[in-house]
Every structure is written in C-alpha cells, then in structure tokens.
Design a protein around this ligand. Structure first.
Ligand code: ATP
Ligand code: PAU
Length: 399
C-alpha cells in the first residue's frame, strides 16, 4: 500500500486540516493516529453532554508502517503536513507548528534523534503500558461495536456495560506479548509477558517458508493443514481418543512433532502447512498463558489486542478455543476491531486538552485515509480487517 501521498478524504483534493498526531513506534510496526477536522460543520453538543458548549466534528484516522521502513513514515507525516495541527481550536486555517508530538513504544526512545533531525520535532514520550490501557479503555467505552467474541467461526459483538468493565486481562500481542491486569482508568499492573509472540511467528515463519511479507505468511496459513507437521493424540494412540484426560484424537499432542521424522527435510513440507502449524502453536500458547494469568487473578474476561491478530479467523479461533478449553468455558476471549492501535490511541489521549471525556465517537466509518487509493465499499465491521486505512467519525467537545 502506498502511504506517501497527501491525505484526501471523500475525493476532496484539498489536504485535510489535521489537529493532533500521535505515534506508537513498536519493534515491528509504527502506528499513527491523527484527527482531521471536517470543514465548516461544527455542531452543538448532544443534550446529555453537560458542561460543554461547542464541538468540532472530524475523524480519527489510523495508519501503519513497518518500523524497518521508518523513512516511509517520516515522509508520510511530512507529505501530509501532519505536524501542522493547531489543536482543537475553532479557528480556520490554524497552522501553528507543534514543537512536539506524543509518542509511545520503544521506538519513541530509539528514534527520537531521527525525528528531530528529519522533521525537527521532539517526541514526548508516554509510557507504553499506560497507553495500551488507555487505548483499550477508550475503545471499550466509546466505540460502538468494538469488542467481539469469536467462537465456532462466528463473531458476536459484545455490548460493554461501563459499570461492569473491570477487572479484565489485556493481552497485547505485538512482537512480544504483554499481559496486563486492568482495574480501571490508569489502574493496572503488567502481570506477565512472553517473548513468543507476533515477532516469533513472523520471524520463524519467514525463515521456514521464505515468505516475503507478513501478509504472505498469513495468507499461506489459510490454505495449510497443520496435521502434516503436528503430531496429534491420535498419531500416538493409534487413532484413538485419550478421553480419560480429556484429549480427543485430533488434539495436537506435539506441535511440529512430525518434523522429527528422519527421512524428511524442510523442503518436503509445504510452506502453507508450516505456516498454519506455526500460527496454531503460537496462538495456542498465548491463549493458554493468558488463561493461566486470568486464573491467577480470578479474571473472567480476557481482551486481546496487538497487530499479530489482524482479525485473522484462524488466530482468533485458536486463541478463543484455548481460553474456552482450559477455563472449561468460565473465561471469555474478546477481540477488538482496532486491535493494533491501542498504544497509539493511548498516546493520542495523553494530550492535556484531550481526554476520554471530550472525545465522543459518533459512529464508526470505514473511510480510506486516501480516497484515491481505497474504495468506500459496503463495509461490514464483522468481516473487515481494519488494517490501518480506516477512520472513525467523532466529535471533540469543549467547555
Ligand atoms: N504488515 C505487517 N508487517 C509486519 N508484521 C505484521 C504486519 N501485520 C501484522 N504483523 C504482526 O504484528 C506484530 C506487531 O504487532 P504490533 O504492531 O502490535 O507490535 P509492536 O508494537 O511492533 O511490538 P512491541 O510492542 O513488542 O514493540 C508483528 O510481529 C507481526 O506478527
Ligand atoms: C518489550 C515489549 C514491552 C516492547 O513492546 C514487548 O515486546 C513485550 O512485552 N515482550 C515480552 C517480554 C517478556 O515479558 O518476556
């Protein structure tokens, strides 16, 4: 996907007016969230919003880049004049340059000099865990049809009761995995983590299948059959279940177990089977560790985020089944439509004049960042992989 043109919305050839940009610079991907103001249609706040006098209508946009291609990201920011934000003021042509932007993730430290040198901007660093939690809480509270469960191939949106949201376990699957017990806004503890995460899937998968991109590796997994590589309980038990300990013959007894075969080399296995087996192994492992941590703290809800998931049905199914199986149906795995943008949203929320309270999401709209690159087709939030090019329509209200 191209990212280095000027941002156009609704086919309007004038660059949109941007106020606020925030970044999450991770080990694998850079995530951007920015707000664009709709031209000339500010409105009165809804009646139930007390203490505010006026609103600015606009959209929250999402974009992502590979961290290894950070120069593309710098060029995107510069080509789209994303640093010209004047905040949420009600003036036309507000073009006062910002001297800093909010950024989170390890790259906010690692690339701070690069941003200064190339864009003349400082990165104001926000804590990564803080941002993940703030982003997740915002999505769960403010965005309709955000959280959903995935069982037996079907997605079901979950209506979140704001008074019954906490506590929950947030599992963010990025390059590595962080598990955070969330007790409220800003109230959380990182209780566990594992280095076997998205980076492991992409890294091992690349070596084993020679895939050139993450998307190619994921696509391979669609067509694969993990039984060619994994040893199943039935392979060990002569086709029988081992029901005494609750294992059916089709349960994986040993991931990649068949690869120990003496007369087979890597070339003898299909890349699609390898990809599927790897995806299954990693998702299953994360599902199981998540369940164990939920059990440690008596948490019933586990919410999964991070770009590893990519709304991929096989990934979500494996994670959900692992949680369901190990918890005997007691704990529930939930997924988020904006799964990969928790940290970036949290950094966005950390601008002082912009809290959860003044950003009101009107509706989720699947508009491409650049209308000339995407098509605004009939979008089904249940089917869509929100892959960094859509936006949320919202209003910012001020006292
Ligand atoms: N286009 C892509 N290119 C590379 N990885 C991708 C892509 N899409 C999804 N992924 C997966 O998402 C993971 C990165 O997820 P995410 O952006 O949430 O984490 P991160 O912030 O880069 O990592 P960390 O938080 O550990 O620093 C990758 O390791 C990979 O498994
Ligand atoms: C190091 C971070 C927090 C960087 O995002 C992430 O990659 C992670 O949580 N890794 C897992 C590290 C561990 O707990 O073993």
């Amino acid at each position: 996907m191209e990212h280095n043109r000027e941002v156009e919305i609704d086919g309007n050839s004038n660059p949109i007016q941007i106020s606020r940009l925030a970044l999450d610079i991770g080990g694998s991907l850079i995530k951007l969230v920015f707000f664009s103001r709709n031209s000339g249609d500010d409105e009165d706040p809804p009646k139930d919003l007390v203490g505010v006098s006026s609103g600015v209508n606009g959209r929250l946009h999402f974009a992502k880049f590979e961290t290894a291609k950070i120069n593309d990201c710098l060029q995107f920011i510069s080509a789209n004049k994303l640093l010209l934000g004047g905040g949420f003021q009600h003036q036309e042509n507000c073009t006062n340059d910002r001297s800093f932007i909010k950024a989170t993730g390890g790259g906010a430290y690692k690339f701070s000099e690069l941003f200064k040198e190339k864009l003349g901007i400082s990165l104001e660093k926000e804590d990564e865990m803080d941002c993940l939690v703030t982003g997740a809480n915002f999505l769960l509270k403010a965005v309709n049809q955000e959280a959903f469960t995935y069982l037996n191939g079907s997605k079901e949106f979950v209506q979140i009761d704001h008074n019954d949201l906490y506590p929950y376990l947030l599992v963010n699957i990025g390059s590595g995995v962080s598990m955070i017990k969330v007790d409220g806004d800003g109230k959380f503890e990182r209780v566990s983590g594992t280095s076997v995460g998205g980076g492991t899937f992409w890294g091992l998968g690349k070596l084993l299948t020679k895939s050139q991109s993450f998307d190619e590796l994921l696509e391979l997994s669609h067509r694969g059959d993990n039984r060619a590589i994994d040893t199943l309980v039935g392979d060990i038990y002569g086709g029988m279940d081992y029901l005494k300990i609750g294992l059916s013959s089709t349960t994986i007894a040993s991931s990649f177990g068949k690869a120990t075969s003496h007369n087979k080399e890597l070339e003898d296995y299909k890349p699609e089977d390898i990809s599927r087996s790897l995806l299954r192994m990693i998702s299953n492992n994360i599902g199981q560790i998540s369940y164990l941590n939920a059990l440690r703290f008596g948490l019933k809800r586990i919410i999964f985020g991070g770009f590893f998931i990519r709304s991929h049905s096989y990934t979500m199914d494996t994670i959900a089944v692992a949680v369901h199986f190990w918890s005997k149906g007691e704990a529930k795995a939930m997924f988020l439509r904006h799964e990969g943008f928790l940290g970036a949203l949290g950094a966005f929320m950390s601008y002082e004049t912009h809290s959860l309270d003044d950003l009101v999401v009107n509706q989720v709209m699947p508009l491409p960042v650049n209308a000339s690159l995407g098509t605004d087709t009939n979008y089904d939030p249940l089917k869509g992989d929100l892959n960094g090019t859509e936006s949320i329509q919202c209003s910012v209200y001020r006292a």
